[in-house]
Design a protein around this ligand. Structure first.
Ligand code: HEM
Length: 425
């Protein structure tokens, strides 16, 4: 094992970002970091530092020449070529341009009728029963349905069985390892027993991508599909600045990244916002009376319950982090969820309020900032709005109906895993 690049620092918090106590009380930990006026931490498991100050994170993200994404957003040092969040300009500029073409307002708006139909069909299935686990029935499948629409392959096998189970197993295993204190994610995946559902899910999902890529190539060749039929066709047919095309490896990487980034995060956001509405006094009644508050409810939930706790950067040159000298290539975790509770930026940051100014709430960093700002942010917001606009008028007197279970299998993500709700019949 290499010598550690980091060590405990006097006056900084010492935090185990993988531990059960942290995952239960992370907001109190961030609050403590802010209150100590030194919102920096050293991780006691895994060799990295972490920053929760909104202004420090913004400052890091603005120093594009120093702070890099090339080793990937996780704690391990990526060895194989990554995509988007693991790439710096100028390569990133080309990659993000292709994604931006596919993620335009027009493309998102064209999905709206299918998205509304999907949510309403789910509600049709359960509305007569008076209860459901909203997380399983809607929050998990809805974002996967949307990302599969964009990628252009169905969520069902040819025999009609759902692919959601194995896709989710693969995602949970992969993202669950992002904060593993040692070994690369590939190595850690390879160490799983051969019958581990996460490993099996990842392998099956990868095969699904390989098959879809071959299908897109064949259908483009035969003229059955066009360059803009789906995102994969666009990847295959958009030349880079030097006229070359993305390799198969890169395209498979895009598919994996988009499926994960577009679903695991949004799944958590959807359950979180419904949970907030059902637990904050008066919030549900206010939003039912005035649906114009829906965007603010979503944004305030993203601020207070950011689905992604934090992601990493490394420094390309020696730097001083608040008095602590950092060796080149030190992993530093930018704590989006911590920045969103920074009292320097958000008044009374721990409280959920539908009286905040939307433009001020949008200073939250749940979608990151700068070069790598989330390209799917408008889509995630749209999914939240479509869900709430369908759910609130249809299910009367919606309320919690049992134990809300938090997601602890994926330390880098935080939010809800089971959300039992009931309504009047
Ligand atoms: C609530 C839901 C979501 C959250 C909280 C979220 C969060 C984030 C964050 C924090 C980043 C910044 C990464 C960094 O700076 O290292 C990011 C990047 C990204 N997200 Fe999202 N995301 C969400 C939904 C989506 C969706 C629905 C999609 C697409 C279907 C998507 C696609 C992307 C892409 C493509 C990037 C990479 C941008 C780049 O590197 O240029 N995200 N997301």
């Amino acid at each position: 094992m290499n010598d550690p690049k980091t060590h405990p620092v006097e006056g900084w918090a010492e935090v185990d970002f993988n531990s059960e106590p942290f995952l239960t009380d992370f907001k109190e930990v961030y609050q403590g970091m802010h209150n100590s006026r030194c919102p920096f931490a050293h991780s006691s498991s895994g060799d990295h530092y972490a920053v929760a100050s909104h202004s420090e994170i913004m400052s890091i993200l603005k120093q594009y020449d120093v702070w890099k994404s090339k080793y990937g957003p996780a704690l391990d040092y990526l060895e194989t070529p990554g995509v988007l969040v693991s790439v710096d300009p100028p390569d990133h500029t080309f990659e993000v341009r292709i994604v931006a073409d596919c993620f335009s307002r027009e493309v998102f708006n064209s999905l709206v009728p299918d998205m509304e139909a999907f949510v309403n069909a789910r509600l049709d299935e359960v509305s007569g029963s008076g209860e459901m686990d909203l997380h399983d029935v809607i929050s998990v499948p809805f974002p996967l349905f949307v990302i599969h629409k964009l990628l252009g392959y169905p969520l069902e096998e040819p025999d009609g069985t759902s692919r959601i189970g194995f896709i989710r197993d693969g995602i949970i295993a992969g993202v669950g390892m992002m904060l593993q204190p040692s070994g690369s994610r590939e190595e850690n995946m390879a160490r799983l027993p051969a019958d581990d559902p996460g490993l099996l899910g990842a392998v099956r999902t990868q095969q699904m991508y390989v098959d879809h890529l071959a299908d897109c190539k064949a259908k483009l060749e035969s003229g059955e599909w066009q360059n803009d039929t789906n995102i994969v066709c666009r990847f295959l047919t958009t030349p880079g600045p030097d006229g070359s095309f993305l390799s198969d490896e890169k395209i498979l990487g895009f598919m994996g990244f988009l499926e994960t980034a577009g679903s695991a995060t949004t799944t958590i956001m959807l359950s979180n916002v419904v949970h907030r509405l059902l637990t904050e006094p008066g919030a549900y009644e206010r939003v039912c009376r005035d649906p114009a508050l829906i965007p603010l409810a979503i944004e305030e939930t993203l601020r207070l319950d950011a689905p992604v706790q934090g992601l990493f950067r490394t420094n390309d040159e020696p730097v001083d982090l608040n008095g602590c000298p950092l060796e080149v290539d030190t992993k530093v975790m930018l704590l989006w969820a911590g920045a969103n509770l920074d009292p320097e930026v958000f008044e009374d940051p721990m409280s959920f309020s539908l009286d905040r100014d939307l433009s001020k709430v949008r200073r939250h960093l749940a979608f990151g900032y700068g070069t790598h700002f989330c390209r799917g942010a408008p889509l995630a917001r749209l999914e939240g709005e479509i869900l709430l606009k369908a759910l609130l008028p249809r299910l009367k007197n919606l309320r919690l109906n049992g134990e809300v279970v938090m997601e602890k299998r994926i330390p880098v993500l935080q939010g809800i895993r089971h959300l039992p709700v009931a309504w009047d019949l």
